[in-house]
Ligand binder design. Structure first.
Ligand code: DAH
Length: 344
């Protein structure tokens, strides 16, 4: 390569070095390497005597130009580094750093479970509905066959807003509202939402979530209820899940049943490697929801024909979320700790 081309190559090489230099000592080291007494420029200049005498003026000119350009580049970088050191803002701005990802929220486990329940049952034709959280006595109690002064009202630890207005104690009033809105059967609705009770301890919070299901038509049987709940449970917890119906009482269903699922942590055996299953306490079953065949008195209250039949069920969302995600403490749902929420 000719000397002139090598001189021109020097500026590109220095520029490359300077692009990497982030401190003044690094720039100084480059200055020595390129322009010092034993530097690369000096090395090239030493070869001037090898050049033909008639070419020397041109090479000499190129050498001067290179020298000037190298000095300029060094000055520019020094000025830039000094400016960066002075401007605190700019000092921290490194355009080559990867960007900070924006903080993204996540859905609350209660929302996730409600969404999942809705999408499973929407898939088999249920319509998702919602209604008020402040309810009349009629919708929350009377139409659901809770007569005034009936002891079953005490089970609900009601928060009263007035003589005739309560914070709804369950999502069952949506049964009444849906039937009134549809005017006649058939219908299949699902009502997720908040409910309220005067109750607060380790396993109860004054506000929690339920999902209510109601299906009304003709010749609906307990078998239809069982089939629907089995489908729901297996979609939620896996195909191995077994169901158990236990007789119970709710004013708005007759007969009524509480439904248990085989424990998904020990497969229903009640035992894990560590001994007794901590989730089902060795029983092998987990109580999961209330259900039953709609009581004729409820149909009467909403003006539905005598010959219709249907089933209803109601389940606690927090309970399902705890089982599904292995959450041990109900209070975690309501403490709004972002670290908890980020797990989902
Ligand atoms: N509403 C009841 C409660 O909150 C749960 C329930 C039981 C809902 C039986 C139903 C049902 O639809 O059929 O305790």
């Amino acid at each position: 390569m000719g000397l002139i081309a090598e001189l021109e190559g020097l500026t590109a090489a220095l520029q490359q070095g300077l692009d990497q230099a982030v401190s003044l000592p690094e720039v100084e080291a480059l200055r020595v390497a390129f322009m010092g007494r034993k530097g690369r420029l000096a090395g090239l200049m030493a070869r001037l005597k090898e050049v033909d005498p008639e070419d020397r003026p041109a090479v000499g000119q190129a050498a001067n130009a290179a020298k000037q350009r190298l000095a300029e580049l060094l000055e520019e970088r020094i000025a830039r580094l000094k400016a960066l050191a002075e401007g605190a803002e700019e000092r921290f701005f490194d355009p080559s750093m990867p960007g900070r990802p924006p903080y993204r929220g996540s859905l609350h486990p209660v929302t996730l479970v409600m969404n999942e329940l809705c999408s499973i049952l929407e898939g088999i034709g249920y319509e998702v509905v919602s209604g008020p959280e402040a309810e009349t006595d009629f919708h929350n109690f009377a139409a659901l066959n809770f007569p005034k002064d009936h002891p079953a009202r005490d089970m609900q630890d009601t928060l009263y807003l007035g003589e005739d207005l309560v914070m709804r104690t369950h999502t069952s009033p949506m049964q009444v509202r849906s039937m009134l809105a549809h005017k006649k059967p058939p219908l299949a609705v699902l009502a997720p939402g908040k409910v309220y009770r005067r109750d607060f301890d380790l396993t109860h919070t004054p506000m929690f979530h339920q999902v209510e299901g109601l299906l009304v038509g003709q010749n609906i049987s307990l078998g239809d209820l069982r089939g629907t709940l089995a489908y729901l449970a297996r979609e939620l917890f896996g195909p191995e899940t077994r169901l158990r119906f236990r007789p119970s009482f709710f004013p708005f269903t007759e007969p009524s049943a509480e439904v248990d699922l085989s424990c998904m942590f020990c497969g229903g055996s009640g035992r894990t490697d560590g001994g007794t299953c901590r989730v089902c306490k060795g029983g092998g079953w987990l109580e999961i929801l209330g259900s039953g065949m709609v009581d004729p008195n409820v149909f009467k209250a909403v003006g539905f024909p005598e010959d219709c039949s249907g089933f209803a069920f109601g389940l606690g969302v927090e309970r399902i979320a705890m089982l599904k995600y292995g959450i041990g403490d109900l209070r975690m749902f309501f403490e709004n700790d972002a670290r908890f929420l980020e797990r989902f």
